[in-house]
Every structure is written in structure tokens, then in C-alpha cells.
Ligand binder design. Sequence first.
Ligand SMILES: *Cc1c(COP(=O)(O)O)cnc(C)c1O
Length: 376
Amino acid sequence: MIPYGRQYIDLSDIWSVVKALKSDLITTGPMVKNFEKALEFVTGAKTFAVSSGTAALHCAYAGIGITSKDEIISPANTFIATQSTALNLGAKVVFADIDPDTGLVSPNSVEKLVTPRTKAVVLVDYAGQPCDIDVFRKIIGDRDIFLIEDAAHSLGSRYKGQAVGSLADVTAFSFYPTKNITTGEGGAVSSIRSEIFQRAKSFANHGAERDQNKFSGDQIGPWVYEIQDRGLNYRLSDLNCALGISQLKKINKFKSRRSEIFRRYQQNFSLEKRIQTLKVEDYADSMWHLFPILVPPNLRDQLIAYLHSNLIGVQVNYIPSIMHPIFKKLGYDYKELPNTLNFYLREVSLPIHVGLRISVVDYISELILDFIKSKG
Ligand SMILES: *Cc1c(COP(=O)(O)O)cnc(C)c1O
């Protein structure tokens, strides 16, 4: 089976982890700081590592101080973690529709949903393409609303030349194996705002304060730390970070391989009108995580079955969050998001990963084109 996504691990990754295993500290040692520094070169903003992309989102929401009085506006064309982490802080989730050509959250839809309770607008960089942040900044104006970027797909992408991580108020990354780089499980939070950064980072480590100058209690001594706020343990270990460091060294190679595959598919499908590929925005220089195609809805499931029978792994990204029973039970109706529903019913994600050869990309494309042609 050719997987739709897969990690790329070489000997330098293996040695990096082995070296970390033999060192004195195997968690919260020097590798964590080194990984975070290396990440900051890519994100262009202060960055800390956490144990998953989900943890990163949870920290991002905690960092902006989300409570049960708040609403977040977010697209449903995403993995459930975009919303579940906000739900866990008691927030109300409001769904905006998407642009049918990019799968990115639609500014017009967001604009209509802003209320005095809106605390954050969440931008999901679907497939790796950044959202048009300038447009969203304009919509927010001088209101007290934060922009959160779910950049699980877009580490290494740029918007008008600027790195993802330094665009939104706070940005969450994932290093799950299929993502742009991997640490096994893992994630990171970037922020261009130091108060948000501090609060998010503290949330990832029990809300603990170790700086005596910032203590508010009466305990004094070398053993003293204070819990000043709610938090959890979302730390990433040295072992994971050692893998992350050696992965990040290859990020440019990863990016060019992924764009080579992306362009090849685009080219292969360019003459078939029944296969729509994503619109690529002029402002974007993307590190592509997915290669989605949109096919006629009556052929979608047959195509997936056909590809699976030919040992081609494909996925559907995503079952819209709003369609999951958790939201149905809360009274949400997905028919309010026609573009999201239509995108979902037509979407298939084709294999794209660093080790995928162009000859295989061509083979997969041929299979799909033959299938579509056989349907008249
Ligand atoms: C992968 C992903 C997440 C969650 O990341 P994990 O590391 O799997 O917890 C969140 N949002 C999106 C859009 C993702 O693709």
C-alpha cells in the first residue's frame, strides 16, 4: 500500500535520537531548548515545544485566556482538535464556511459571525496554504479579538514573504508523523505577543512559576515553585526534540520535494475538468501537507474504493467537525455550511510525502484519470 502520508526518517534522525538516549537528561534537557531555537528560525517568532498539535492548540487558547463566556469562530473543514481544545476550556464554538476553491475559512462568512462575545478567529491553513491574514486583521479592526492560526499543515509556509508562526497572535503546529516534519508525537506554539507566549508556555507546564521575583506566596527556599494558574503537563521530551532537530535540518529539502509532487499532480490533472485542484493564492509560498482533489460527488466514494483496491492510500480531509455527533448533540446543523459540505462530499487527498517518487505520482494520476474517463 502506498500511504497518503508518511514520515521521512534517515540515519541522521536515528543517530540524533540515539545520542539523546545516551545523555543524562532524557526529558526537558538541552535538546528541548535546541529544538525550540531551531524552530524559531523557521517560525520567525518565540516558540516552545509541546507534546502534540492538540496540546499546542489547547495552550494557544489558554494563552489568550479563553473562558466559558467566549466564542471562537472557526472553519469546520479541519481536524476536530481545532475545536475540541476550545470546548475543553468551556468556549462556544461558532462555525464559519469556507472558500470553495481553497478550503480556507471565508472572510465574508467570518465577518457575519462576529459578536461582542467573539474572543478569537481561528485560521486553519488547510493543506499548507496560509490564510489571508491581512484580510482578517482588517475585519477585526480595533476590536479585542485574537487571531489564532492552526498551522498543523503549514510549518515552513510563508505569507507575503513572512513565515507562518509570525503572522497570527498565536500559532499552533503539529509534528505528527504525516505532517511536514515529525517528532513522533509533538507540536509547538509560536507567538508574536510576549504575554500570550508566557501564559501559553506556563499552561504547558502546570502553570508553574520558578522565578522568585514573581512569587506571590510566602514560601521561600531553593525548592519553592508556585502554581499561579491552571495548567497541565504538555512538555515534549528530549528524545522527541532530538528527532525534531535533525528533521528541521531537512526542512528545505522536504519543502521542495513536496512542492515538486504538488506541481506534478496539478499538471497531470490540468486538462480534466471534472478534477478540481486547490486554487493557489498569489500571496502564498506553501509547504504542502496535502494534495486534495475535488471530484463529482457521485464518483467520490467509488474512486476511493478503486484506489484502495489498487493499493493507493487516500484520505478524506476532513469530515467537517460540525458533522460529528458531539456537535449534533449541541444542536448544530451542518446545512448552514454549504461550501464546507460540498467540499467534503467531493474531496479526496492523494499521497504526498517526501519519499514519494514522481513516477509513482504519475502512476496514481493515470489511475485516477482512467477512472474518471471510464465514467463517461
Ligand atoms: C494534525 C492536526 C491537529 C492535531 O495535531 P496532533 O499532533 O495530531 O495532536 C490539529 N489541527 C489540524 C488541522 C491537524 O491537521
